[in-house]
Design a protein around this ligand. Structure first.
Ligand code: PEP
Ligand code: MN
Length: 301
């Protein structure tokens, strides 16, 4: 240390801004923040993601609805017309289905994508659908408006890197056992790779509780609003696994600040090839939408 110990060094350092200063007060250690791009500080006013013509994150709740799986042309067209009539903003439907059992319905792939695109033309509803493999990103992007990364694939880094370089917005579901930090770091992969259009989706996590399919972590939505600028939606269907709980969970999700909902609706839930127990019939979905509008949780259409 320069100086004679009676304060001259500090005085001369203050006069010369380039001189090193020994600070005696505690300073935060300067390390790069983990969420360099996803963190709220990067965009304090929040991000609005455009999916087709639909803005997500602008304060108006976006309702995405449709069957778990695309099962036939008639089924997806009927579902699309029903959810559109009830006031949905977007159509969902799985073409590639990541199923727990290899013996369960695996989805109709490219054929289903073509029917989804037809349903989009028929109703004007933008489409959200899952992409499971990096090789399918281009094909799915040609038929859909928002590409879903399913819960099981949240940490599929090859898929995230492929989507990071793609021109389509991404719906990133929370992994069944993912912490919020892991989830945001998965989003960081997309942002760091060049894709700024990321929407997060809380769909329930695995806990000790088995009474419901998953445990809906609603407080995570409020916490994410503090931690990140990215829009956050909630999937009450996979979170609860029970048709009767979808409406109350939807109301709670919007009340706590979710930017939208992803809801399974099937023209005939008892005949669904996947997730029938949590799928709403069209009239149940209509009643839910009416209730959301009456309580001002969703805007009038
Ligand atoms: C789905 O949306 O149909 C789905 C498979 O959801 P998750 O990835 O959340 O299980
Ligand atoms: Mn499903």
């Amino acid at each position: 240390m320069n100086g004679n110990g009676n304060g001259e060094a500090a005085t001369s350092a203050a006069q010369n801004e380039d001189a090193p200063v020994l600070r005696l007060t505690a300073q935060p250690v300067s390390v790069p923040p983990a969420f360099r791009l996803a963190g709220r500080a990067a965009r304090p006013d929040g991000t609005v993601v455009e999916a087709g013509s639909v803005p997500i994150g602008n304060g108006r709740a976006v309702i995405m609805a449709g069957p778990c799986s695309v099962e036939s042309r008639e089924q997806i067209l009927a579902a699309a017309r029903a959810v559109k009539a009830a006031g949905a903003d977007m159509l969902r439907g799985g073409a590639y289905k990541p199923r727990t059992s290899p013996y369960d319905f695996q989805g109709l792939g490219e054929q289903a994508l073509e029917w989804l695109a037809e349903a989009r033309r028929a109703t004007g509803l933008p489409v959200v659908t899952e992409v499971v493999s990096p090789e399918d990103v281009e094909l799915v992007g040609e038929h859909a408006d928002l590409l879903q990364v399913g819960a099981r694939n949240m940490q599929n880094y090859a898929l995230l890197k492929k989507l990071a370089a793609a021109p389509w917005p991404v719906l990133l579901k929370r992994g069944p056992s993912a912490t919020i930090q892991e989830w945001l770091l998965a989003a960081e992969y997309l942002l760091a790779g060049g894709n700024p259009n990321v929407v997060l989706c809380e769909r329930g996590i695995r806990t000790f509780e088995t009474a419901m399919r998953n445990t809906l972590d609603l407080a995570a939505v409020a916490l994410l609003k503090e931690l990140t600028h990215l829009p956050v939606i909630v999937d009450p269907s996979h979170a609860t696994g029970r048709r009767s709980l979808v409406a109350p969970a939807s109301r709670a999700a919007l009340a706590i600040g979710a930017d939208g909902l992803l809801i399974e609706v099937h023209p005939s839930p008892q005949e669904a090839l996947s997730d029938g127990a949590q799928s709403l019939a069209p009239e149940e979905f209509r009643a839910l939408m009416t209730g959301l509008r009456q309580s001002a949780l969703a805007a009038s259409v």
